[in-house]
Ligand binder design. Structure first.
Ligand SMILES: [Zn+2]
Ligand SMILES: [Zn+2]
Length: 291
């Protein structure tokens, strides 16, 4: 693909081929264009689909200059506020799902996410399996050991293993199975569409399926994809012998396990092999849509 033109300063952007993703960067002003899914892949320490959550919290009015999308030419890009919680405003393209970030905003985003989950450790692992980017992060959650208001905040850790799709699905699809009643997407003010039934009784009793478009959900959740998801639940794999929950977002298949003591030095990556294998299998089945 030809080099893109920076929407901020009109310089020619350069392809930056990282080990696992190609981004377009402007050497002149430091701006970066991220295709759909890449912002999630660069975010550390937060569960859930940050792109989707940020976009569905609405576009914001801004006096910042309007920009055209360097990826697809759509004009103007919309301004969105990262998770509606921070001061960071990004340009978002509703046409191709890309984001344009100014210099240093990836670092600022991860600082914001660290502020939201202060004890999180760095990303543990990043690698390619069967063409899928797989990441393992430790994320943390704060809770109060509250007793009549005299509690103190404690932190519990979670392990998140994500297998990203090669091609993200259309936004607004979510499939999840929860073994424990903790909302992983805590406090993000999510809007999720209606529950959708696939008509497969066994599947519908194990998983909740939500989406804006029942037809496209049905295409991704074909019998092979449903079987892969059900077999994960039946096997009930674990990394540290804790409980886990499985979720399919439009960008990745995500397994979260916990809680465990975030300060204990566990060999999370060494024990995650089986989980990675199963998640990659699910990702392969979900993204293979029959014509
Ligand atoms: Zn530039
Ligand atoms: Zn675009």
């Amino acid at each position: 693909m030809a080099n893109l033109t920076c929407p901020n300063c009109d310089a020619e952007m350069q392809k930056n081929e990282d080990a696992d993703m190609t981004t377009d960067e402007c050497a002149s002003c430091g701006g970066v264009f991220l295709q759909r899914g890449e912002l999630n892949a660069l975010a550390t320490g937060m569960s859930g689909d940050i792109e989707y959550c940020s976009v569905t919290s609405g576009f914001v009015e801004s006096t910042l200059p309007a920009r055209a999308c360097p990826g697809c030419g759509h004009e103007p890009m919309e301004k969105i506020n990262l998770l509606r919680l921070s001061d960071l405003i990004f340009d978002y393209c509703p046409e191709c799902g890309g984001f344009f970030l100014n210099k240093d905003e990836i670092e600022q985003m991860n600082e914001e996410l660290r502020r939201l989950a202060p004890d999180q450790k760095a990303q543990e692992y990043r690698g390619h399996h069967d063409g899928h980017l797989v990441r393992i992060d430790r994320t943390s959650d704060i809770y109060a050991t509250d007793y009549l208001g005299w509690g103190r905040a404690k932190t519990r850790g979670f392990i998140r293993v994500s297998a990203f799709f090669r091609e993200p699905m259309p936004p607004g699809i979510r499939v999840f199975h929860e073994r424990w009643p903790i909302r992983l997407t805590k406090g993000l003010g999510l809007f999720w569409g209606q529950d959708i039934l696939t008509g497969d009784k066994r599947f519908d009793s194990e998983f909740r399926v939500q989406g804006e478009n029942p037809e496209s959900v049905a295409r991704y959740l074909d019998p092979a994809a449903r079987a892969a998801l059900l077999s994960f639940v039946r096997i009930g794999p674990s990394i540290l012998g804790k409980q886990g929950s499985l979720e399919v977002t439009s960008s990745a298949v995500v397994y979260v396990e916990g809680p465990y003591d975030p300060n204990s030095p566990e060999d999370v990556v060494g024990r995650a092999g089986r989980i990675i294998e199963l998640l990659v299998n699910i990702a392969n089945k979900v993204e293979a849509i029959p014509e």
